[in-house]
Design a protein around this ligand. Sequence first.
Ligand code: PLP
Length: 370
Amino acid sequence: MQNRYGLAEEVVLARLEEIRRKDTPPSTIFSSMCAQPHPIAVRAHSMFLPTNLGDPGLFQGTATLEAEVISWFLDLFQCQDAGGCITSGGTESNIQALSIATRQHLLSKKHMRPNVIVPASAHFSFEKAARLLGFELRVAREETHRMDPEHVSELIDKQTCCIVTVAGSTEYGMVDPVPDLAALAKEHEIFLHVDAAFGGLVLPFLKEAPRFDFSIDGVSSICVDPHKMGMSTIPSGVLLFREQNFFDILSVDTPYLSKKTSFHLTGTRPGAPVASTYAVLHHLGFDGMQEIVQQCMENTRYFIEEMEAIGIMRAVTPDVNVATFHPHNIPEPWVVSHTRGGDVRMVITPHITCELIDSYVTDVKKLNEK
Ligand code: PLP
């Protein structure tokens, strides 16, 4: 043991501060889908730090917050009768949705290996889900970075248990043609999961946005992450199912806890990010969220125009606030990421202001002129 006698509180905290300074400052990060938490999110999070929704009977107040957050999202996604739960984020939500779809298939089709169809640009959490759950992953082609329903139709067979569609893709910020894919899923009686981890808290606040929610017949489940555009604290995910009893299929007995069954993937579940999500949504309301999201979209358009003015063209016109550009040299200290196709990718979360965009564009212009 290195510190047998322990260190003074100030010494440990000073060390932590020094370590924290090695992290990249948020103002230079253009690559993250997780928005900076709203100040009220941080306060609410710290109020609920010791709470554990893994044993909800002990935290009945916090459990009501989970129910209220779910109800808020069901309203937003147009299906008050549906059910849902809080997760740690998009990865857990996607794994749980596919866990239900594959289990349903195995129970009805006598243990034939199921397959799941995903768009080529799907998040890597689906590869994790395939390894964990043992299904075959079938990758559908895309047209302008959106899933091609014709190819999906060719890939469907009797062992297809789920079609995954994305509303706000990680790399290019595109929305798949969910109504067409839902119609296919309905025709073949297949589960349809919408991964709206990012776009779920963007699209409902835009005028004339592509449709993706429960108002479309055939959509079985939707996931959305408050720790992305919801400005909540990490980890905050939400998973919703059209039919509440979908969750029963994952239920296990939990004899020594206050509630006797659980369908969640994790045991201990933090209540703090649930309080944080509740606080942001209730503080901002629909109008406050709309104002922030519309500003992000405005800034995305501004970014694209300013880059094109210096000769660096967009890769696509996105459906949500993700801007992608043809490859160029990246000046310091800015942090961007690259798509699998080599384009430069930026996520225009609320802290990316026009001033920050101007600084980036000026630095890019100088560097690329050399
Ligand atoms: N789905 C999409 C579309 C995403 O963009 C991401 C993450 O960026 C995820 C799922 C995974 O979310 P998380 O990192 O919160 O597990």
